[in-house]
Design a protein around this ligand. Structure first.
Ligand SMILES: [Zn+2]
Ligand SMILES: [Zn+2]
Ligand SMILES: [Zn+2]
Length: 422
């Protein structure tokens, strides 16, 4: 696609400007971030310095470059917790878990087996809507996740589950830890968890859960305890008008033992699966990843299901509250972290960044300035590139850099000496 003429002239103006090389080196330094933070200061000898720092947004819709970096770091974080560094770790019981929300009403969905959406008898609900859908929806079908009857759909239950999801997860880990310790007092429970917003707009949890320092429990034992902890969990909360409702997880808790066999790719597959989720955002629901004003809801160009969720958040915030629910409209009421992990699970994001900086130095590359030098008093100038032309130059370079990294990786994978016989 051709950029519009004014963007072309911005690019031409930039490329022919005397400061181009300096500017380009700053853009490169910020990893071709599409929304960098511009900072100015003076160095020890009083000379003016300008730097661009990465925006560090994990969402691909906001910044492809920072999102790719974040996703890569998440991959490392998850993978290091799964892959055994030494042989004695190989026996650690470890499982991959998915905890879902319960049903709040029939929605359009796809099945793994490729069956129609909702076969079954041609029944109608009390509002006269058909409860049958014989379509096999494509992954891009906008109807996916939409209720068959919006009036039957329990929007209060949906939003309350979303709002209290962080607490549900917390309670689950407390219950599981207790169950584990009843069987093996010394066992240490570690996990990494990633939250995904399902098509219907409700969060569910994917986690790698591991037991350290025990030989008393197997992965199958751990799986059984997880099922018990998830199934028994109840949380009573106030709903609209002060009515008490009980929240719980859905019945489809999925627990797969992870057996890391040398030569198989289970560890890499699980790490990729989790890393994929962290770059997603609510952009798929037609929302901007930035905070949304309650007044803006009425004029948003979103699907009726998304609008109904947003209106329910507003209603619940009003009665019985808390009012701060309105600050989480842009996340459809989810207020927790996307990724969390226990300290013992693996490394930290900070350690991964430090390691990357060391690697760049060792390989003669300039360190990406992830933290501006503390000796300088920095003054904030702006967020984002000066104009669309600058942004396009940066994002195009980012795409090119990623393609060449991918090509280099594939070339490595295809070397004749790695046993592929090529
Ligand atoms: Zn960025
Ligand atoms: Zn359907
Ligand atoms: Zn109905």
């Amino acid at each position: 696609m051709e950029p519009p003429p004014e963007v072309v002239s911005q690019i031409v103006a930039r490329a022919s400007s005397p400061g181009y090389d300096d500017w380009w080196s700053r853009v490169e330094h910020a990893g071709f971030c599409s929304s960098p933070v511009e900072l100015r200061g003076r160095d020890a000898s009083g000379r003016p310095v300008t730097i661009l720092a990465r925006c560090k947004n994990r969402r691909a819709a906001v910044c492809p470059s920072c999102s790719a970096l974040y996703s890569g770091d998440t991959w490392q974080l998850v993978h290091r917790g799964i892959a055994a560094d030494d042989s004695e770790d190989n026996g650690r019981p470890m499982v991959f878990v998915t905890l879902t929300a319960p049903g709040f009403g029939a929605v359009h969905s796809t099945s793994r087996s490729g069956d129609p959406c909702r076969p079954g008898p041609a029944a109608r609900c009390e509002h006269g809507r058909s409860l049958r859908c014989t379509l096999i929806h494509e992954a891009s079908d906008l109807r996916l996740g939409e209720p068959l009857c919006p009036e039957c759909y329990d929007y209060f239950g949906h939003v309350l589950f979303t709002w209290h999801a962080p607490q549900l997860w917390h309670r689950f880990t407390v219950a599981l830890r207790r169950l584990v310790q009843q069987r093996a007092a010394d066992a240490v429970l570690s996990y990494v968890k990633v939250v995904e917003l399902q098509r219907r707009g409700v969060p569910h949890f994917h986690a790698v859960i591991r037991l350290d320092d025990t030989t008393a429990l197997s992965a199958a034992d751990l799986a059984a305890l997880i099922h018990r902890a998830a199934a028994s969990l109840r949380l009573d909360v106030l709903s609209f008008g002060g009515e008490l409702v009980t929240l719980r997880f859905g019945s489809q808790t999925d627990v797969q033992p992870l057996r890391i066999t040398p030569g198989e790719d289970d560890d890499r597959r699980v790490a990729s699966y989790l890393a994929k989720y962290v770059t997603k955002s609510v952009a798929d629901f037609g929302l901007s990843p930035r905070r949304l004003s309650p007044r803006a809801v009425a004029n948003l160009d979103v699907r009726p299901h998304v609008r109904a969720i947003l209106e329910t958040v507003l209603e619940l915030a009003d009665s019985p509250g808390p009012e701060e629910m309105t600050r989480w409209l842009h996340t459809l009421g989810y207020r927790g972290h996307i990724t969390t992990k226990t300290r013992a699970y693996s490394t930290t994001m900070g350690a991964l960044r430090a390691h990357r900086a060391q690697w760049r130095v060792a390989n003669g590359k300039r360190v990406e300035d992830e933290r501006p030098a503390p000796a300088i008093r920095w003054r904030f100038v702006q967020v984002g590139h000066r104009n669309k032309g600058d942004r396009l130059l940066a994002t195009t370079a980012d795409v090119a850099a990623r393609i060449s990294r991918l090509a280099a990786r594939e070339e490595l994978a295809c070397r004749p000496d790695d046993g592929l016989g090529l």
